[in-house]
Design a protein around this ligand. Sequence first.
Ligand code: MG
Ligand code: MG
Length: 254
Amino acid sequence: MIRIKTEEEIALLKENALLVSRTLAEVGKHVVPGVTTMELDKVAETFIRDHGAVPGFLGYGGFPYTLCLSVNDVVVHGFPSDYRLEEGDIVSVDCGTIYKGFYGDSAYTFPVGEVDAQTRKLLDVTKESLYRGISKAVEGNRIGDIGHAIQSYAESFGFSIVREFVGHGIGTNMHEDPEVPNYGKPGRGKKLSEGMVICIEPMVNAGGKAIYLHKNGWAVSTADKSKSAHFELMVAVRKGKAEVLSTFDFIENC
Ligand code: MG
Ligand code: MG
């Protein structure tokens, strides 16, 4: 069941969205060669608690950390560890909050120092595919319009879309209806209405789309070991133009 949010609920979701956005920027300041991903997890947990909120992922379905930190060929749901980031790596930072009874959820993939041209392209294309998906999140469109915009753009560069994980509605639960796949056909799927709040989160692989689940039951990696990027924003469906609730501005313009 898709729950349409009131303006008051959207305002609370936006508070979460902005806190997640600021947390990602705080983590980003620490993404340098030599830092461990566990240190990044602690930066996020401290920042979230200092702002009176609770990490949204910690304990969610048994997930044991504040952040999902997914390095290089890890697509999503990587565990923080004592791995030290190296120049040329990429790290997807996926972050959730709970604040005033609502959830926040967004993700950004950071380059560690200088990355090679193909990796830079993967990051740029994945982020742009997200913005193309967001442009379709308007009343009267359908879920498939979002997925088609993401898929057609990413695949035009020879990259591939992960199918097993998708975007989602968000509210007092982190994952609500509808599912928002990063692939699809125009004009297909559920109709979008003003007041729906969704997370759009393309996961794009530099190589093939096949993935495998790690033994810890959480992390997934590309089968061909190619790098994978992941960007996520929270979006309120509106008439005419989507309202983006979270932002990468704190990361990119500070
Ligand atoms: Mg999400
Ligand atoms: Mg997320």
